[in-house]
Write a protein of this length. Structure first.
Length: 222
């Protein structure tokens, strides 16, 4: 800890409270010995975890600034190994936080806010899985009535019965469906479907009346 205190005094560019935090962290890392490097991925994961704990969408810049400043400080203090490793831990924390902010921004897509239907829906099958009673397909829908074009989900997940035509990814399909918003998390700590489907780019769920009909591109054009 003395090494980090001396480094902090020489650096002179860090508030006293920040120096105390980094000094305490460096002392903890020093106790770990050779295992201290194994803690660096933990700090990266902690930055990701903090993003998911927040109740509002955070801006990207705090994580980016923290990672860049931390990387610069780590290089500047490279001769003081204990201090450098403590700063590197916070650098990875900021990088993990920034990664999730950017990932959320890239995956941003419209989500249904109310139920729609029954309506006739056409689109391209993206994925298909066997469900308990039928099939569950992910569809890239064509524009449909009831929503402004800017509010159309990019993908929908629909349950279809086994009476459906045989479908494969890439096929075009026509169904009569009911659409609903993605259900929220029911129990604290339980499965969060909204989060899962948001990052999968799925903006709504639903079921169909009867099976889906596979259509060809020429038929769809007509």
């Amino acid at each position: 800890m003395a090494d980090t205190a001396v480094a902090g005094e020489r650096a002179g560019f860090m508030p006293a409270w920040a120096a105390r935090i980094l000094a305490a962290l460096s002392e903890r890392l020093a106790v770990e010995g050779e295992r201290r490097l194994l803690w660096l991925p933990v700090f990266f994961g902690a930055g990701i975890g903090v993003y998911f704990v927040l109740k509002v969408e955070p801006p990207l810049w705090p994580g980016v600034v923290g990672a860049i400043v931390g990387a610069g400080l780590s290089f500047a203090l490279r001769r003081h190994s204990a201090w450098c490793e403590a700063v590197l831990a916070f650098t990875l924390f900021g990088a993990g936080f920034a990664l999730m902010c950017e990932t959320a921004r890239e995956r941003q897509a419209p989500m249904l806010q109310r139920h729609l239907g029954p309506l006739t829906l056409t689109g391209r099958v993206i994925d298909i899985d066997l469900a308990q009673r039928g099939w569950r397909i992910v569809v890239e829908p064509d524009p449909f009535a009831g929503l402004n074009p800017a509010d159309h989900p990019h993908h929908l997940r629909l349950h279809i019965p086994q009476t459906s035509d045989e479908l494969n990814p890439g096929d075009r399909v026509r169904v009569k469906a009911m659409l609903y918003p993605v259900p929220p998390q029911i129990l604290p700590g339980g499965r969060d479907f909204q989060r899962e489907l948001y990052f999968a780019g799925i903006g709504g769920v639903g079921y169909t009346f009867g099976g889906g009909s596979r259509i060809c591109g020429v038929c769809a054009a007509k």
